[in-house]
Design a protein around this ligand. Structure first.
Ligand code: HEC
Length: 185
């Protein structure tokens, strides 16, 4: 084999592995997107229903008990799904170093005008696939995460979350992220 042919073979081999990785990543990425979407939809549905039926104060209790339950319910099989933030309400949602750095980058990209829907990140490490997707602050979120929280709501939040940091947000700001892990076989 001459050098040129050898180079060609090496390049072809590299391209083949590259493509395989890309395919594996795309499949995992798509799976992660579906999982994150399900979590988002179930949370939104539950929030909307309880806000309309019983008002925001009662909805806090729903978020308090149902949000972790919904996440646990979806965390079946190989996926673990949850939410995290730079400023957290529930200490159980505390971000790790990678999650912090991803959210800092989401936040910078948002400030620079990025479309929030495009803000996602993933990595594969130690037999696991990790995925994150940005959550921005919408108008309905402000009742419980905004700058002017009604006194009865604030009181209830103080009781449930004495170390609450998840207040003072403005519409469009990064509120947090969905964070998912899949254990690879
Ligand atoms: C009725 C009050 C209420 C509303 C409205 C509300 N939240 Fe929350 N939010 C909570 C409570 C309570 C928690 C803590 C839940 C838990 O224990 O996981 C929470 C937790 C979170 C978390 C998890 C991270 C953390 O801080 O612990 C995110 C992310 C979040 N909310 C985003 C949103 C977004 C986005 C909206 C608007 C679509 C929203 N919330 C609307 C009450 C509310």
């Amino acid at each position: 084999m001459n050098t040129r042919m050898m180079m060609k073979t090496v390049v072809a081999a590299l391209m083949a592995t590259g493509v395989m990785h890309a395919q594996a990543d795309t499949a995992l990425l798509n799976e992660a997107r579906v999982q994150a979407k399900q979590l988002a939809q179930q949370l939104q549905h539950t929030l909307k229903r309880s806000m309309q039926a019983d008002g925001p104060v009662a909805a806090i209790s729903v978020c308090n008990t149902e949000a972790p339950q919904i996440a646990a319910g979806l965390s079946e099989g190989d996926w673990q799904v949850g939410r995290t933030a730079l400023k957290i309400r529930n200490p159980a949602n505390t971000a790790n170093d990678w999650e912090v750095s991803v959210m800092q980058s989401f936040s910078e990209q948002l400030s620079a005008g990025a479309d929030p829907k495009t803000l996602e990140a993933s990595k594969q490490e130690g037999g696991r696939f990790y995925y994150m997707k940005a959550i921005t602050t919408g108008p309905v979120c402000l009742a419980c995460h905004g700058e002017n929280i009604a006194p009865p709501l604030a009181e209830k939040l103080d009781q449930l979350y004495p170390q609450d940091q998840a207040r003072g947000f403005r519409q469009g700001q990064l509120r947090g992220a969905f964070t998912l892990i899949k254990t690879l076989k």
